[in-house]
Design a protein around this ligand. Structure first.
Ligand code: CO
Ligand code: CO
Length: 251
């Protein structure tokens, strides 16, 4: 969406705060030994207390309130009876709707002790997200985001997923621009527009450049034995520094 009034700005900020607080509280709640369904139930309660709805459920009938993806899963993991264990790489993606406004927010983190040595991968993704957001202002080419994310990932020996991307958000979960890639695409001629709301996301991995849909019909997975991380903020594009609307998640 393009924000045109102060009322719209307040509405998009409100739902951005809600998804960010939910994500932060879910991260704090996550403990080895719990199921991803228990973690999702907790997130659902936080969202319901705010009066918000699950955006993937409202939009796609996703079977859960939030998406929880583990280890070599990149996105759209279904909350289930799977138990998370020490050292798992956990990704929580919270997107929600309130009064017709949508925001989208995600983060990966190492659960408990880092027995698989994956903190560097997580840190690289956060660095890539922050660097990408720092260059965005109105008039900047959308393709510059991919250039920055890919460069940051490759500098540490990691790969980026080529068939996923960030997106516009605001009056629905996915809007124009449709795919803000994680690599430089010279055919992408679009530029960021002033006062637009976009979700910027990283998709960084140890050994995959594409994701496939798992047999459950939802989960997007990378190659076996690998690890995938994602960090996502909803931002407001201005003619100067971008405003991170989901800043309350603390990533
Ligand atoms: Co998301
Ligand atoms: Co998104």
């Amino acid at each position: 969406m393009i924000v045109q009034t102060s009322e719209e700005l307040k509405s998009i900020q409100d739902i951005s705060d809600i998804v960010a607080i939910t994500l932060k509280e879910m991260k704090q709640y996550a403990k080895p030994g719990m199921t991803t369904k228990q973690l999702d139930n907790f997130g659902a309660k936080v969202l319901k207390d705010f009066g918000a709805n699950s955006a993937p459920f409202v939009t796609y009938k996703f079977p859960g309130w939030t998406c929880i993806s583990l280890n070599n899963e990149m996105a759209h993991g279904i909350p289930s009876n799977r138990v998370v264990v020490e050292g798992d790489l956990v990704n929580i993606d919270v997107s929600a709707e309130l009064n017709g406004f949508y925001a989208d927010n995600g983060a990966s983190f190492v659960l408990g002790e880092d027995i698989n040595n994956k903190q560097e991968l997580v840190d690289t993704s956060i660095e890539a997200l922050n660097k990408a957001i720092s260059i965005i202002r109105s008039g900047v080419k959308i393709s510059e985001v991919g250039r920055v994310i890919e460069k940051t990932a490759k500098a540490k020996g990691y790969k980026v997923i080529k068939n996923l991307g960030g997106h516009g958000v605001g009056r629905s979960l996915h809007e124009e621009p449709e795919c803000i890639l994680n690599y430089y695409d010279r055919f992408e001629r679009g530029r960021f527009k002033k006062n637009s709301v976009v979700a910027i996301e990283t998709f960084i991995t140890t050994n995959s450049t594409f994701v496939d849909t798992a047999s459950d019909g939802w989960t997007l997975v990378g190659n076996k034995g690998g690890f995938c991380v994602q960090h996502e903020h909803t931002i407001l594009v201005t003619s100067d520094k971008s405003v991170i609307l989901t800043v309350k998640n603390g990533i």
